[in-house]
Design a protein around this ligand. Structure first.
Ligand code: ATP
Ligand code: LTN
Length: 333
């Protein structure tokens, strides 16, 4: 990997939680842009396992998911020769810096976080403190590596905004240390919606598997999910996010996977109904999943463990240096 401070390339950091099977939303909203960035940037991609345990996980499942998320990164086209891939918990500076940032963040900062409100729902008093504190650990992930750019789906914008606030506040109160990162969101695909409810984002932790297409779904299962996906009341294939959110979402997925513009799709399905459109979309998804899964199944667990170890060994010194500088500023020496 090239993470070499002298190459003048900006640094990119992002991560996915091993909290479930990755879906098309994760792929189209996040992983696709990571792959595109590998050549121009120093990329660091983490499997953020400490974020996943903010909601109770089954330990045996979690072990497998950590490995499987890396296989998903590789199958998407992330190349460990170009980008660093590592497991968050393997670099202890993440949790150390998170504690320090806890002491810089205000309760009012966290009270604004909409994702916490959505995830906690009416269980606010009984969910873990970790779920509430989650954005602070994310800020630590990003700030440890002098990150320039954070490519994520649009649900994470507010967390990166908080990261910027904390970086500026620390720099102002204790002296310049942190780079203030920028968020990058894809123009198309930053928010893929649920197949069963186009008003909510596609999510790993959705109640029903009908909400998402998992990257491990067989083409048959994916086809069934598409044929059953919610549609809008008329039958025209037209992109109109406000009036026709369900078909707009399906068109976005189709456009990104088949490499066709929204206009081309409208043209191709002029005077045809949802049935034909869904068949075409199911074919595009099946083709993608088949190719993806061949790659996904070609990596062994051993290979993944080697990649993770190599990645963590490579970046640990950068994280430790940042942490040391931060502690110095605080008077903790
Ligand atoms: P969970 O539902 O368990 O919170 P998730 O499906 O939201 O999980 P994360 O691990 O939180 O997945 O997100 C990984 C990346 O995928 C993030 O950059 C996130 O913004 C992006 N992402 C998640 N869901 C979508 C979606 N529906 N559309 C586009 N991007 C998404
Ligand atoms: N909170 C993110 C995952 C995440 C992340 C990060 C993303 C944890 N640390 C640092 C970008 C940069 C999510 O997708 N739920």
């Amino acid at each position: 990997m090239e993470l070499n401070k002298n190459n003048n390339k900006p640094t990119v950091f992002s991560g996915v939680q091993p909290s479930g099977i990755l879906h098309l939303g994760n792929y189209l909203g996040a992983l696709v842009q990571w792959v595109e960035m590998q050549d121009q940037y120093n990329c660091i991609f983490s499997v953020v396992d400490y974020h996943a345990i903010t909601i109770k996980q089954n330990p045996e499942e979690l072990k497998k998911r950590i490995i499987n998320v890396v296989k998903m990164y590789l199958a998407s086209g992330i190349n460990p020769e170009k980008a660093i891939i590592f497991q968050q918990s393997a670099v202890s500076a993440h949790t150390e810096l998170a504690w320090i940032l806890n002491c810089v963040a205000r309760i009012a900062d966290l009270n604004k976080m909409t994702q916490f409100k959505e995830k906690a729902g009416d269980q606010e008093k009984t969910v873990s403190v970790g779920l509430y504190d989650y954005p602070i650990l994310m800020a630590a992930d990003i700030l440890l590596y002098n990150t320039d750019i954070v490519p994520v789906g649009d649900d994470q914008i507010q967390h990166v905004e908080l990261t910027r606030t904390l970086a500026r506040r620390f720099n102002r109160e204790y002296g310049q240390i942190f780079k203030v990162p920028e968020v990058i969101i894809k123009k198309q695909g930053a928010r893929i919606m649920g197949l069963d409810d186009p008003t909510k984002k596609m999510s790993k932790s959705a109640g029903s598997p009908a909400n998402y297409i998992a990257l491990t779904d067989s083409p048959e299962v994916a086809t069934k999910k598409i044929m059953r996906a919610v549609t809008d009341s008329d039958s025209e294939i037209k992109y109109d996010l406000k009036k026709k959110p369900a078909i707009a979402n399906l068109m976005t997925i189709y456009s990104l996977l088949a490499g066709l513009s929204l206009k081309e799709l409208e043209q191709n399905y002029k005077n045809k109904g949802y049935g034909d459109f869904k068949k075409g979309l199911a074919q595009a998804i099946s083709k993608f999943l088949t190719q993806f899964q061949i790659k996904y199944n070609s990596f062994t667990d051993e290979k993944v463990k080697q990649i993770l170890k190599h990645g963590a060994d490579k970046i640990r010194p950068i994280a430790e240096e940042t942490l040391k500088n931060v502690k110095n500023k605080l008077g903790i020496i």
